[in-house]
Ligand binder design. Structure first.
Ligand code: DQA
Length: 155
């Protein structure tokens, strides 16, 4: 991956997988009360502290997430990815992220390793810069900070 010059409007893509549109109502004992819109605001604020802007997308449809990655890849420096249930199953999403030739950080609101065995397997993690899991909505902010640091180290 070639180093690229830093622009004023460097962007980070934030991908939210299935069922995350219901955050706030969905299993609050696991995922808390914060809505997806509130999480997007948190990420945008953290990104702007580092001089980045965010483009975020949520879908419950695997192909729509793949289409979005393909459409946005040229316009982002990297990705913060909560692929939700697709983390544990989607070869297509992994392939799209790898093909995008952009670094990504995998994030989870819950601690997937404290949950069912099937959540311990990620089809994305070994291709990621790193993984953040278990810090609630703050996982996204930590993931973004990790990605920004990684990008700064590369340039
Ligand atoms: C999740 C964890 C996944 O196992 C689960 O399928 C989700 C959310 C999280 O953010 O904790 O939908 O990615």
């Amino acid at each position: 991956m070639a180093a690229r010059a830093r622009r004023m409007t460097d962007r980070i893509g934030v991908l939210h997988g299935p069922n995350l549109n219901t955050l706030g109502q969905r299993e609050p004992e696991v995922y808390g009360a914060t809505t997806l819109a509130e999480i997007d605001d948190l990420i945008a604020e953290a990104a702007s502290d580092h001089g980045f802007e965010v483009v975020a997308f949520q879908s419950n449809v695997e192909g729509a997430l793949v289409d979005w990655i393909q459409a946005e890849a040229a316009s982002v420096e990297g990705w913060v990815v909560n692929a939700a249930g697709f983390t544990h199953s989607s070869v297509a999403l992994r392939d799209a992220l790898v093909a995008s030739d952009r670094p990504f950080v995998e994030v989870h609101i819950s601690n997937v390793f404290a949950r069912e065995d099937f959540r311990h397997r990620s089809l994305l993690a070994d291709a990621a810069v790193g993984v953040v899991t278990g810090f609630g909505p703050h996982s996204y902010v930590l993931g973004l900070q990790g990605l920004v640091g990684w990008l700064a180290g590369r340039s």
